[in-house]
Design a protein around this ligand. Structure first.
Ligand code: GUN
Length: 282
């Protein structure tokens, strides 16, 4: 029977450590790390995500701000705010919550954030399957790697299957796994014989956004299963991309949904902010 990787508890431990770090930073460098989140428009899911980020930032003692801009904001107005934050020495991390309204060019916005303040890690990832030295990695990808490492099992030499090829999770997590010397396969919604491939994987990261695409019969006994999916199942309940009930008895380790990758992603956003701060003060 697979053991549960408790993302919520692991994140709580990281918050404790980071809170201590922030106290030390203030003593040593005379200021605390600053994170500013920009949200444009009224998307209800985005409002919730941003409030979670704000709560986490305050909890560990960051100088936290949220810039709320109306749906009608022009691209020029948004870029002007980003420019102001880029130039503000008390702001170490800038995050523009996505999606932005359709009349705004998302890529232009992402590109406008100073690379050394890009806590989303978009800049650090922008060169194929290589991370740029000195920049942080995307939060969710970092969360997945951290969760795997908490099992105490090695990543090097293992076969890691990433299901999903998105820019936010699939590609970045495949890149980080390569950096950990895993043998990486990337599958996606069009992959044939997914079950056959999955059964040879020691680690599966499911990040495709399809409920229960990985079932217990597709899991190698003892495998580590990391479920990034957040879906609404046929029964109306939140579920992941992995069929937890059938996969857990076969797996060695498994993350629940909710309570797995989600809480860790926000902890990693805070970690990225501390890392950006360190790159500014050191
Ligand atoms: N919206 C949903 N996920 C994300 C994310 O990881 N970063 C940003 N900036 N917006 C998001």
């Amino acid at each position: 029977m697979g053991k549960i990787i408790d993302g919520k508890a692991i994140a709580a431990g990281l918050y404790e450590e980071m809170r201590e770090e922030v106290i030390q930073f203030e003593k040593q460098y005379g200021r605390r790390p600053g994170l500013t989140v920009i949200i444009v428009g009224e998307d209800p899911a985005s409002q919730i995500y941003v409030s979670h980020k704000e709560v986490a930032a305050k909890k560990i003692g960051l100088v936290s701000a949220v810039v709320r801009m109306p749906e009608s904001t022009t691209q020029e107005e948004l870029l002007a705010v980003i420019d102001r934050l880029n130039a503000d020495p008390t702001v170490d991390g800038i995050l523009v919550q996505l999606p932005v309204p359709k009349h705004i060019d998302k890529d232009a916005v992402i590109a406008a954030v100073a690379p050394d303040k890009d806590v989303d890690g978009f800049f650090g990832m922008k060169s194929g399957f290589t991370m740029k030295e000195g920049y942080v990695a995307p939060c969710t990808a970092r969360a997945c790697i951290h969760l795997i490492k908490t099992t105490g099992e090695t990543i090097e030499g293992k076969h890691a299957l990433v299901v999903g090829r998105g820019e936010l999770v699939g590609k970045p997590v495949a890149t980080l796994l390569l950096g950990e010397n895993a043998t990486v396969t990337i599958a996606h919604s069009r992959t044939r014989n997914l079950g056959e491939i999955a059964r040879t994987a020691d680690i599966i990261i499911a990040a495709v956004g399809r409920p229960m695409i990985i079932t217990g019969d597709m899991v190698k006994p003892g495998a580590i299963l990391i479920d990034v999916g957040i879906n609404r199942g046929a029964d109306g309940k939140v579920c992941g991309d992995i069929d937890y009930a059938s996969a857990k008895p076969v797996a060695g380790w498994i993350t629940p949904v909710p309570g797995g990758v989600g809480p860790m992603t926000i902890a990693m956003l805070i970690r990225n902010t501390l890392d950006c701060f360190l790159s500014h003060v050191q």
